[in-house]
Design a protein around this ligand. Structure first.
Ligand code: ATR
Length: 277
């Protein structure tokens, strides 16, 4: 019997923790689609080979997670504007011989903030902590929402300066004040939204930001989703609203699902069921 199922995968290293198979299967079930979606561990130096094997197996689409988003960008034959600006790809679409690279991380973050948490970014002041791939991947999507200010900060401040230089042309086009401050200077300004995009949360290392940066009425958002980080604990102790990144994870998956199937899945029930776990 011919297998009419479309096949998808998420590729990363490590990958055992990935919730993507669960999320995409839930979206597919809700929409009556018959898909297979599996998690693939690629050796660190074998991303391209692993991808070629998947292409030979006629997969319909692939999600890419750490540490391969830059390599996926290189491999893609064409790019969406978000992927081009971030120079990173988390969703590959195979279409008419092309390998189209998309980046849905920024859209996922913005949807979680605006639609799930009801924090609208227009005219807001945002502090983005971190200057790695996670931070760079979401900046353009935030600029599109026209906050009044987007301030970048990072332990290694030179990296924030590099990103600021690169993104300033886009910030200007959206009329956003894009600037860089050093971490110790944070408390002297008020931010509506403070986003932790560092990998410090993985080891629960302290970011060394002054806890006075957190205020009642501000939202502290950690892109990490499977544990309460010291960033979230400090924000809570100062009376800030807080959120982890589970909603972002589900929303970026929903956008990938839309790219592949042209269907916008419901995300609320999936976020709730994952949170219940
Ligand atoms: P990712 O792709 O997840 O962003 P990355 O490119 O390695 O991963 O970037 C990790 C980010 O977390 C960087 O901004 C890093 O700061 P440095 O640029 O100074 O290395 C930040 N980070 C990691 N551990 C940190 C810690 N203990 N304190 C503060 N920042 C940290």
């Amino acid at each position: 019997m011919t297998d009419l199922k479309k096949h998808f995968a998420v590729i990363g290293n490590p990958i055992h923790h990935s919730l993507s198979p669960q999320i995409h299967r839930a979206f597919a079930k809700e929409n009556g689609l018959h898909i297979a979606y599996e998690a693939i561990l690629s050796p660190l130096d074998q991303f391209t080979n692993t991808m070629h094997k998947l292409i030979a197996q006629k997969l319909s689409g692939v999600n890419v997670t750490l540490p391969f988003k830059k390599e996926a960008y290189q491999l893609a034959t064409t790019h969406s504007s978000h992927a081009r600006i971030a120079e990173a790809v988390n969703t590959l679409e195979f279409k008419q011989g092309e390998m189209i690279g998309h980046n849905t991380d920024g859209i996922g973050l913005v949807r979680d903030l605006e639609q799930n948490l009801d924090i609208h970014l227009k005219n807001k002041k945002i502090l983005l902590i971190g200057a790695g791939g996670a931070a760079e991947g979401v900046i353009y999507s935030m600029l599109e929402k026209k906050p009044s200010e987007l301030t970048l900060t990072n332990r290694t401040i030179e990296k924030s300066n590099v990103i600021q230089k690169k993104m300033d042309v886009h910030a200007k086009s959206f009329n956003v004040h894009l600037n860089v401050i050093e971490i110790p200077k944070c408390p002297h300004q008020y931010f509506d939204v403070i986003i932790n995009a560092t990998s410090a949360s993985l080891s629960d290392a302290n970011l060394n930001i002054d806890h006075k940066v957190f205020h009642e009425g501000s939202l502290a958002y950690d892109m990490m989703y499977d544990k309460e980080t010291s960033f979230i604990r400090e924000a809570k102790s100062r009376g800030s609203k807080v959120s982890d990144g589970l909603g972002m994870l589900v929303e970026q998956a929903a956008e990938a699902f839309f790219i592949w199937h042209h269907i916008k899945p419901q995300t609320k029930s999936v976020i709730e069921s994952l949170r219940a776990l």
